[in-house]
Design a protein around this ligand. Structure first.
Ligand SMILES: O=C(O)CCC(=O)C(=O)O
Ligand SMILES: [Fe+2]
Length: 302
């Protein structure tokens, strides 16, 4: 079984890009400085412990999730701008495409945005998550022809082992088409120390691993950099006050972007669940908000 390449902060962005192009994923040992790791642990673990477990197989019935990480810790900034992560993500996400503007044909490139932040804590008894590609939220097609929509990083906040839920990855699966079904037998677990990180392309099949330990909770801080073209052109969330949006019929509210749709793009975390933001316009309290499942791979758990 092919292993993922293991690099460190002494290696170069080119080494990261080479590994990602070949395997779709790479481990960076010692990715976080000690201060960032300690900060993430102190800021996120107490919050995760107060979250309810997920309500469907994808979110994980023994898994706790926390979103909006930039509101909860200052230490995500160092992840997003890490010198081995951001430039590597830009390499995959910002490839120019030739477009016509009037009588001139010229290259135009997207830049990058932070598309999702999530702390994920996998508890004892959690089964392996269904294998998936994270660019499924964009309904991205494969092979990508070199144009990726997302580059993800999962930082180990506690040690990742094959037993406690270390992320399962299928090396090389970023090159597969959309017909080939991923098999558990093709996966390798990501084993790494707290402070190390797994970087992978949005087109790489992966899943949270099963946690077969008796007492260990595996914690991660994950973040995705996305191509900036996969969003609304006008920033409706800044342009329109929430009360204005709430005054329109639901159809308009969803069209304005207050919707997570069948692919669950645009969820917001409430009480550990990734919910459709339309519920926030209805003024429901957290207890009555219905879980919508993670990333749209599972129907809502009614
Ligand atoms: O927790 C992990 O290791 C991976 C989780 C994941 O891939 C997801 O929730 O999309
Ligand atoms: Fe994922």
């Amino acid at each position: 079984m092919p292993e993922l390449t293991r690099l460190s902060n002494d290696d170069t962005v080119d080494d990261v890009i080479t590994a990602l192009e070949r395997d779709g994923g790479v481990v960076i040992e010692g990715f976080l400085h000690a201060e960032s790791l300690a900060g993430l642990r102190d800021d996120l673990l107490p919050l995760l412990e107060r979250k309810a477990e997920g309500r469907d197989r994808f979110a994980g019935l023994q898994t706790r999730r926390l979103g909006a990480l930039f509101a909860h810790t200052r230490h995500c900034a160092a992840i997003a701008t890490h010198p081995l992560y951001l430039p590597a993500a830009q390499h995959f996400l910002c490839r120019p495409r030739d477009v016509w503007v009037g009588d001139r044909r010229r290259p135009m490139a997207a830049d990058v945005r932070i598309g999702v932040t999530q702390a994920i804590q996998i508890g004892p008894g959690q089964a392996a998550q269904p294998l998936h590609r994270d660019d499924t939220v964009f309904l991205w097609r494969h092979p990508t022809g070199g144009h990726e929509g997302r580059v993800q990083v999962i930082c180990a906040v506690t040690d990742f082992t094959a037993e406690n839920g270390g992320t399962l990855v299928i090396p090389g699966s970023h090159l597969w088409d959309d017909e080939r079904q991923p098999q558990t037998s093709e996966t390798i677990p990501t084993v790494m120390k707290a402070g190390s990180a797994l970087i992978f392309l949005g087109s790489t099949f992966h899943a949270g691993g099963a946690n077969v330990t008796a007492h260990e909770w595996r914690a991660a801080a994950s973040l995705a950099l996305d191509a900036s073209n996969v969003r609304q052109e006008e920033n409706m969330y800044l342009a329109l006050e929430r009360e204005v949006v709430a005054s329109y019929p639901e159809e308009i509210q969803r069209l304005l972007g207050w919707s997570a749709g069948a692919n669950h793009m645009g969820w917001v975390e409430v009480d550990g669940q990734m919910i459709d933001p339309i519920h926030l316009l209805r003024g429901l309290d957290g207890a009555t908000l219905r879980g919508v499942g993670a990333h749209g791979h599972e129907p809502a758990a009614a």
